[in-house]
Design a protein around this ligand. Structure first.
Ligand code: MG
Length: 202
């Protein structure tokens, strides 16, 4: 399986990163070794500025290439929540040198995920609220009504370049409020006020 991540998919987050809102979806990938289903995360030694980016995640349920936007809904059946961990200091260095971001985004355990839910549980996929708390305080909250590119658009766009396969995950972008995590923090993420993710930072 592979993990595809959409960057700058909420305008307010693009703004806080001092980046322009993109005209088409921006994506990058994390390898399977980035996936973390444990409840503990150890901050790697190579970063001094590890950031949380809470994101809704789509689980692909059917292989597809060149998927039309109007059929994209049939290619994912579950929605979950997780963190696109980012070594912001390394990412900044990469950006300054116009180098790829992988070492800042694709490292081991950089994609912790929580519980998935059937997408049929959501009355409106274009109005799903989600948020992240750290030690009980809300630090990021978002709603899919603010997505620059919808779930269907993302699937259609990415599948022009990369074949999607059953079991692949798509991180759909983070809302504003990204920031550092520290040893001892507890991260919890909620979809529609239901807790679906828990992670202790070590
Ligand atoms: Mg992200």
């Amino acid at each position: 399986m592979k993990i595809i991540c959409i960057g700058r998919n909420y305008a307010e987050h693009a703004k806080e990163m001092k980046a322009e809102a993109p005209l088409e979806p921006v994506f990058f990938m994390k390898p399977e070794t980035a996936l973390l289903k444990e409840k503990e995360f150890y901050i790697p030694a190579f970063t001094k500025d590890l950031h949380h980016e809470v994101e809704l995640i789509l689980k692909i349920c059917k292989n597809g290439k060149h998927i039309a936007e109007s059929f994209a809904h049939a290619y994912y059946n579950e929605i979950g929540i997780g963190i696109d961990f980012t070594a912001r200091d390394l990412q900044q260095q990469c950006k300054e040198k116009s180098l790829p971001w992988e070492k800042a985004k694709a490292f081991d355990n950089a994609a912790p995920i929580g519980q998935f839910m059937s997408k049929d549980q959501f009355p409106n996929l274009n109005a799903i609220s989600f948020h992240l708390t750290i030690n009980g305080t809300t630090r990021q909250s978002g709603n899919t009504k603010d997505l620059l590119f919808s779930f269907d658009k993302i699937i259609s766009y990415v599948s022009q370049f990369v074949t999607l396969k059953t079991g692949d995950l798509i991180f759909t972008g983070t809302p504003q409020g990204v920031g550092p995590v520290h040893i001892g923090d507890t991260l919890e993420a909620y979809i529609e006020n239901e807790k679906r993710f828990h992670l202790n930072i070590k």
